[in-house]
Write a protein that binds this ligand. Structure first.
Ligand code: DP6
Length: 324
């Protein structure tokens, strides 16, 4: 016994975003970030360590997939647990894979929790966050529910680059609408994109230099439960990131026509007195923050945008946990 464990982790969306690495090998971020974890989108992952394997096997939604990043996380677990057994990892998303709903955050957080469990390790959330970070930077935040902050850290060994919880979901219930403007999206991978921004954009230094101010203001908005301040700052930070992406060579243009149309609809909702604010990651989908009382109005407005295929609503969700 003890060779298998199953875990569930929810996706998250950054309000102050991570883009750029301090150390690529340790996958430490160049800037801190703040996110909300989403109840509606999650990954379930089963990890089984077996004596008869000659390498790790990774299955994603039933298809054999590349195990390189998975093995990076499992190698750290093997070293800590002093085992040389390889593992079968099988992950399923509760949302369509390839719909551009960022599965790496939920996927690597679920992997960290399941792999630690299957190897018999008992790790604190901070250590699980560091483990998840090695798979994907944004995954470090999905260890926590509600609001989480990822620290860029300064240590050469990456030991202070982890996320922490700022608020539980019930401390400030918010809604997030996800407008899907493209199915089967083929975007440039974040890891590659952020590397190109760091080496080619004249705005990269300014992006790094202005991160601390955005993080401090977002922390203050969250502490004060000031939704207008949180939303305005989320849009500002998102558009600053996309200015950095657009000024990368070759340009990283993640938006399509429906992405832009949805942004204008959100601003129109505000002009009509509905507090709603957008944020967009390295893809064409638009995530809209609103108060639970306005979620039907926001959903309805987004559903009417030409090119929006579907709108998924979510509350804030819990942290990564084991399933039995
Ligand atoms: C735009 O976490 O996918 O979503 O660490 O290289 O795997 P890697 O990058 P990843 O980047 C996420 C970028 C973002 C912003 C964010 O989630 O903070």
């Amino acid at each position: 016994g003890g060779a298998t464990a199953v875990a569930r982790a929810h996706s998250n969306i950054a309000l102050v975003k991570y883009w750029g690495k301090r150390d690529a090998a340790l996958n430490t971020p160049a800037v801190g970030s703040i996110s909300v974890t989403l109840a509606a989108l999650y990954t379930d992952t089963r990890v089984t360590f077996r004596p008869d394997l000659s390498g790790d096997e990774f299955w994603l939604d039933g298809s054999r997939s590349d195990a390189t990043r998975v093995s990076r996380v499992l190698d750290l677990v093997r070293r800590r647990a002093a085992t040389d057994r390889y593992a079968v990892v099988s992950s399923t998303n509760n949302f369509p894979t390839g719909a551009g709903l960022a599965s790496s955050a939920s996927g690597f957080a679920a992997l960290a929790v399941a792999a630690a469990g299957a190897s018999g390790l008992t790790l604190a959330d901070r250590e699980l966050s560091i483990l998840a970070r090695h798979g994907s930077g944004s995954a470090a935040r999905s260890i926590f529910g509600g609001f989480a902050e990822m620290h860029a850290g300064v240590a050469a060994d990456g030991s202070d680059a982890y996320a922490e919880q700022l608020l539980e979901p019930a401390d400030w219930p918010l809604s997030v609408a996800v407008a899907i403007t493209e199915r089967g999206e083929k975007s440039i991978n974040s890891t590659i994109g952020m590397g190109e921004s760091a080496t080619t954009s004249p705005f990269y230094q300014a992006w790094q230099d202005s991160a601390a101010d955005d993080l401090a203001e977002m922390r203050a908005a969250i502490a004060a439960r000031d939704f207008a301040r949180l939303g305005e700052l989320s849009e500002y930070n998102c558009l600053k990131l996309h200015a950095l992406m657009l000024s990368t060579r070759p340009a990283l243009i993640y938006w399509n026509a429906a992405t832009v149309a949805a942004m204008h609809v959100v601003r129109g909702l505000r002009a009509d007195g509905v507090p709603a604010y957008f944020t967009i990651d390295a893809g064409p989908q638009v995530k809209v923050l609103c108060l639970p009382a306005d979620s039907a109005a926001v959903r309805g407005a987004l559903a009417l945008v030409p090119g929006v295929h579907e709108v998924r609503m979510s509350a804030l969700g819990p942290g990564a946990h084991r399933l039995e």
